[in-house]
Design a protein around this ligand. Structure first.
Ligand SMILES: NC(=O)c1ccc[n+]([C@@H]2O[C@H](COP(=O)([O-])OP(=O)(O)OC[C@H]3O[C@@H](n4cnc5c(N)ncnc54)[C@H](OP(=O)(O)O)[C@@H]3O)[C@@H](O)[C@H]2O)c1
Length: 290
């Protein structure tokens, strides 16, 4: 499997992918979001019964404090967990970034983050270019990384142009770029670019927010492998070497989404799924952000 082939080995949360920070991120995580609701019981179930050890959240999602409660109730130790959260654009800039990171840690009840991401390339700061604000923000992220408050740092929704600018402006190459990735949105050029620079590609919306689950090819492959459409989509992401973070508010679906390590999709079937790319976004399209 691509993740194991990458040399990350396997931990309590399943196979993990090594980052240039020296840490390894579990290839399968649990998404959380302000869209579609938050379920305390589902998160506790994921941690206690499904072996989930990687949680993806963001200040924007408004559930960092709720996650603190769920993690505490689950009994899973901090050191066994991978927690990613994200910096929202209202907090961009050098000073604000440092403050926002501490606030996220406080809401989550942790004294370090496993991964902190700049959420979105658009800065919305009057009188300053996005590039300038991203560089100031990233400088703060670099320091948070050096201080150990963030054990890995990265970006989200960054295109090649944004990453190229950051390369000219800053020192530390992001460890991760989290972007939309599902059968209808497979940005291979961006994935290849990230790989060429040692940036691990993390894919969000692996089920295309549910849209991919009714595609005839996905349904056909699910029947062929005796799996569900969601398991086919998640497994396909993983076989393509993508760290993936499906979200569900339902315990039984989280259980289903975690059962993806006991089968392999044959290469020609991976190609069928690869061929479904039509460029559609079910989340944000960063292509107009300079
Ligand atoms: N960085 C970014 O800008 C960004 C943007 C978007 C998302 N994300 C991250 O990516 C995560 C996942 O994205 P997402 O939630 O938008 O999309 P997704 O994971 O592709 O799809 C979630 C949807 O699929 C449903 N679902 C989940 N498992 C299912 C199953 N086994 N069978 C049928 N339906 C199922 C969920 O409904 P139920 O809850 O009813 O099960 C929900 O409606 C988010 O939680 C977030 O952490 C990041």
């Amino acid at each position: 499997m691509a993740a194991a082939a990458a040399g990350g080995g396997s931990g309590p949360g399943g196979p993990a992918v090594p980052l240039r920070s020296g840490r390894s991120i579990p290839v399968l995580g649990l998404g959380t979001s302000h869209q579609g609701g938050y379920s305390h019981d589902a998160v506790v179930h994921a941690l206690q019964k499904c072996g989930i050890r990687h949680i993806d959240t963001a200040k924007r999602y408004g559930c960092e404090s709720l996650l603190q409660k769920a993690i505490k109730e689950s009994g899973v130790k901090r050191e066994d967990l991978w927690i990613t959260t994200k910096l929202w654009h209202s907090d961009y800039g050098y000073e604000n970034t440092k403050k926002a990171c501490l606030e996220s840690c406080e809401r989550l009840g942790v004294d370090y983050l496993d991964l902190y991401l700049i959420h979105w390339p658009d800065a919305h700061v009057p009188g300053k270019s996005n590039r300038e604000v991203r560089a100031e923000t990233w400088t703060a992220m670099e320091e948070l990384y050096e201080e150990g408050l963030c054990r890995s740092i990265g970006v989200s929704n960054f295109l090649i142009s944004h990453l190229e600018q950051l390369k000219e402006d800053c020192v530390v190459t992001p460890h991760v770029n989290q972007a939309e990735y599902h059968p209808f949105q497979r940005p291979q050029e961006l994935v290849d670019y990230c790989r060429s620079r040692g940036i691990v590609f993390e894919g969000y919306c692996p089920l295309a927010k549910g849209e991919a689950l009714t595609h005839p090819s996905v349904i056909q492959l699910a029947k062929k492998y005796g799996k569900t459409p969601a398991q086919i989509c998640i497994r396909w992401s993983i076989q393509n070497g993508i760290v993936t973070i499906p979200k569900s508010t339902k315990a039984e679906r989280i259980e289903e989404n975690c059962k993806v390590f006991d089968f392999t999709i044959a290469e020609d079937d991976v190609e069928i799924l690869n061929g479904l790319h039509d460029g559609r976004h079910v989340s944000w399209d960063p292509s107009l952000i300079v």
